[in-house]
Design a protein around this ligand. Structure first.
Ligand code: FA5
Length: 345
């Protein structure tokens, strides 16, 4: 038989073999037998030297063609088998969408944050800028820049947790007044700053050693106590509705002059007097006043040219009134029965 016929015969035999490939194992063994260097087709090439001239090239060509045909048949089978493997895998991993879903519980939002957001919305709608400040504060900003020098008796009422003798967990958000004025460099400003405060207070129904405040500050030419009163009345009305009774009481803060405290009729007894309001019928929600000239001066503002008002709202106290919560400690006890009542439905 001529070498050319042998090529054809081997090719037909291998193609016939390729028909039998049915899985990964037979595919592999076919590749080893018929497509490796030692395959029968490659072996035929050793006879090329027996041919002369043009015949050599023709023979090489026919072996190559046969090899290509075998490779093509192999590839076709490999594609078919890979497709089958993929189909089997997809079938196995199929998600049954008719199954009922897992019932994930969605938590509620602590009313502290609901109210903090509400307070911010009210002041942002009046044009206030929102600032942020550090929980860990320097003695300078927490006290001195707030007109509370060392050994001032007001420090007694705001004892805190100290990191070192000059650094403490801030006792109020008022140091943000000084930070905001530093930043504005003598220009008019209107800002609020929500944040956490810490005090060495004894915990009871209305006091916690950790609580939240929203500080507010407005500085500019001609700002008056009337502006402060109108702003806080508007805030109270937006927050609690028209019916809630509001009381402005003269007070004292070293960083404001004059100073006031704002009380709201108790949510629990409606003003008659109960244990929540300690029999007074009112709960204090914020402190406020006209920014003290010393504070303005220390922050680079001229008290003869500008004036300002400031306030510090107790977030839990507002939340207690808003949602009739009778004990401030509930905000911090992580009791799901409490939090669940504030789920957004
Ligand atoms: C201050 O902290 C002043 N920095 C507020 C202020 C700001 C006055 C700007 C003038 C100008 P006071 O200690 O009264 O003030 O606290 C303000 C509010 O924070 C209180 O009305 C109360 O709502 C809340 N608060 C204070 N101490 C506690 C506490 N231990 N637990 C819960 N809330 C508290």
């Amino acid at each position: 038989m001529s070498l050319f016929n042998q090529v054809e015969e081997i090719k037909q035999k291998i193609l016939h073999e390729s028909e039998k490939i049915s899985d990964e194992a037979s595919l592999k063994s076919f590749q080893e037998r018929f497509l490796s260097k030692k395959s029968e087709l490659n072996g035929l090439m050793s006879h090329i030297k027996e041919l002369a001239g043009e015949e050599k090239a023709k023979f090489g060509q026919s072996v190559n063609n046969a090899r290509n045909a075998v490779q093509e048949a192999f590839q076709k089978k490999a594609d078919e088998i890979n497709q089958k493997i993929l189909e089997r895998k997809l079938e196995k991993e199929k998600i049954d969408i008719s199954l009922p879903s897992m019932n994930y519980e969605v938590g509620g939002i602590n009313p502290f944050y609901l109210v903090q957001d509400e307070i911010m919305d009210i002041f942002v709608s009046m044009g206030y800028e929102v600032k942020e400040g550090p929980d860990v504060e320097s003695d300078e900003y927490n006290f001195q820049r707030m007109n509370i020098p060392e050994s001032h008796p007001a420090r007694e009422m705001q004892d805190s947790f100290y990191i070192d003798p000059r650094t403490l967990l801030r006792t109020h958000t008022s140091p943000e007044q000084a930070h905001a004025m530093d930043e504005k460099g003598g220009k008019p400003l209107m800002m609020i700053c929500p944040g956490k405060c810490f005090r060495r207070d004894d915990d009871d129904v209305t006091h916690s050693h950790q609580f939240g405040q929203v500080e507010g500050l407005v500085v500019g030419p001609g700002i008056s106590l009337a502006n402060l009163k109108a702003t806080l009345e508007l805030f109270v009305r937006k927050m609690f509705g028209e019916k809630r009774e509001v009381r402005f009481r003269g007070s004292y803060f070293p960083f404001t002059e004059p100073s006031v405290e704002v009380d709201i009729s108790c949510m629990n007894c409606g003003g008659k007097g109960c244990s929540t309001c300690k029999g007074t019928g009112f709960i204090e929600i914020l402190g406020a006043g006209m920014v003290h000239p010393n504070v303005l001066r220390m922050s680079g503002y001229d008290p003869d040219k500008v004036s300002g008002f400031a306030f510090g709202i107790g977030i839990e106290r507002v939340a207690m009134l808003r949602y009739k919560i009778d004990d401030i400690r509930k905000f911090y006890q992580s009791d799901v029965r409490f939090i669940e009542q504030f789920k957004r439905r």
